[in-house]
Design a binder for this molecule. Structure first.
Ligand code: AHR
Length: 499
């Protein structure tokens, strides 16, 4: 039974920020060292950045890149990683030595090469308000004080102009170095924000939060007037200790209420009348959590085979299938629907680990999730418009990884228009692993229809070195009038360009 899809372009839901297509990179495993930053590698440029990785990132027009963590940041001291003398760091979060050869200046240089906004997450674990505000001095003051003068001495005459800053990373979590109570957190954020604003009143500040009312309501009551963003994170297929990826069907169960965190934080902001001013930065999200056994626990692994070697399992490209692509598209659709309050989202991470790009010594693999970003960034509009599906929405009941079942819609639809040109772009997701589903889209006028469909020959299709199991097919359906009929293949993500 086809779904009749009614789109009302004149009923605008909102303008989505391009920053909902943001990304995150951390000093973890092969994201920085052995990832994007490999001085001397044949594929690296004069600044040590892998040009194949840069090219892939440019193609998806990465708008903002959060750095340097993540858990890493909660015992990181930025001053060790600027200037000619770099102090190697024993990274107490991930228990490896970090040479600190990639620091603030290298990061800003990377962002300039990508044309993206820097977004620095500060150390609210062992760090202090002064260390955070010194970092803002280093990056944003023209030439006053020792830290701006140090940047100049390091060869950067002009300020780096870092607009986005996060105070802390998951300081609510027992796993985080320097974890805080809700009360401690409110005070630390307020004092940090004060000092950072005293340096640069134009900086936009976020603070680590969670969809937990005690933590976040206290934060908002204590610091609501000091912050511009509230930062939340979510991973669904949790595998930090055991690397046992959820099945396709279990991943579809994770799409149930995929936006619950946003709804809950939106409610808290509204309750305190802050929802018109403070935006949500969903600045770490991914279907799959990272695998790093025996470090997020009190009991630390002793031998490297128990805590370090297992991290290589994140590199198994067969893990990242059409399940990841379908989930990622469902998440992006949900964030578009909340574009009035979600101003940023950062896929965690962008490179290696669970990233949308995998790199090795010979080149890159564009995983299934990369192609979702490529489709959305390059073909979806910036204006979210009203869409409703008339008829019986097909549903499916799927197993929930942690027990029980969930019943979810088989089809997820989002309509967008363009502020700078005519036409519509509809993101149409078929989560159903077995059945195609057909859309009937009434057309106001004869319209050229183009269909771009991301898919593989099975729900478990993936991309790897020498193996392209997931591709985008582009089909011109010509000029249609009256009603366009579009078939959505099983386990697929499509963009329907209309007009
Ligand atoms: O698994 C990676 C970690 O997930 C990030 O470092 C942290 O921010 C989150 O807990």
């Amino acid at each position: 039974m086809p779904l009749n899809v009614h789109i009302t372009p004149r009923r605008v839901i909102g303008q989505r920020s391009p920053m909902i297509y943001g990304h995150f990179i951390e000093h973890f495993h092969r994201q920085i060292y052995g990832g994007v930053y490999q001085p001397g590698h044949p594929l690296s440029d004069e600044d040590g950045f892998r040009t194949d990785v840069l090219d892939a990132l440019r193609r998806i027009h990465i708008p903002i890149l959060r750095w340097p963590g993540g858990c890493f940041v909660s015992s990181y001291h930025w001053k060790d990683a600027v200037g000619p003398e770099r102090q190697p760091l024993f990274d107490k979060a991930w228990r490896v030595e970090d040479p600190n050869t990639f620091g603030t200046d290298e990061y800003v240089k990377l962002c300039r090469k990508l044309g993206c906004e820097p977004y620095i997450c500060t150390n609210a674990g062992t760090g202090t308000p002064e260390e955070m505000s010194d970092w803002v001095e280093y990056c944003n003051l023209a030439n006053e004080g020792r830290w701006a003068r140090w940047r100049i001495a390091n060869g950067f005459e002009k300020p780096h102009g870092v607009k986005y800053w996060s105070i802390g990373n998951e300081n609510y979590g027992h796993w985080e170095i320097g974890a805080k109570s809700a009360e401690e957190w409110g005070r630390l954020v307020r004092e940090s924000a004060k000092m950072m604003r005293h340096v640069d009143p134009t900086a936009e500040l976020s603070a680590a939060a969670i969809h937990d009312t005690a933590w976040t309501m206290n934060l908002l009551r204590t610091c609501g007037e000091y912050i511009d963003w509230i930062s939340i994170h979510e991973y669904w297929d949790m595998m930090p200790e055991t690397n046992h990826p959820a099945t396709y069907e279990q991943c579809m169960a994770f799409t149930d209420r995929i936006d619950h965190s946003v709804r809950e934080v939106r409610g808290m902001l509204a309750a305190l009348r802050l929802d018109g001013r403070i935006k949500i930065a969903f600045d770490e999200w991914n279907l799959r959590s990272w695998h790093h056994p025996n470090v997020h626990t009190i009991r630390q692994g002793v031998g490297k085979d128990s805590y370090l070697t297992p991290r290589d399992k994140n590199d198994d490209n067969s893990t990242y299938t059409m399940a990841d692509a379908v989930f990622t598209a469902c998440f992006l659709n949900a964030m578009h629907r909340h574009c009035d309050i979600v101003g940023m989202a950062n896929f965690a991470p962008v490179l290696n680990t669970r990233g949308c790009i995998y790199s090795d010594d010979n080149g890159v693999v564009l995983r299934s999730t990369y192609h979702v970003f490529d489709l959305y960034v390059n073909h979806m509009g910036d204006t979210v418009v009203d869409l409703w599906a008339e008829g019986d929405m097909p549903q499916m009941t799927v197993p929930f990884k942690w027990g029980g079942e969930r019943t979810v819609d088989c089809v997820d639809l989002l309509a967008t228009a363009f502020s700078d040109k005519p036409g519509l772009a509809v993101a149409a997701i078929n989560k159903d692993a077995e059945n195609a589903h057909t859309l009937h889209i009434p057309l106001d006028a004869p319209s050229a229809i183009t269909l771009l469909t991301l898919n593989g020959d099975s729900k478990d299709a993936y991309n790897d070195v020498g193996h392209e199991g997931v591709t985008v097919a582009e089909t011109c359906l010509g000029v249609q009038e009256g009603c366009a009929e579009i078939a959505l293949p099983p386990h697929s993500v499509s963009i329907i360009r209309i007009g």
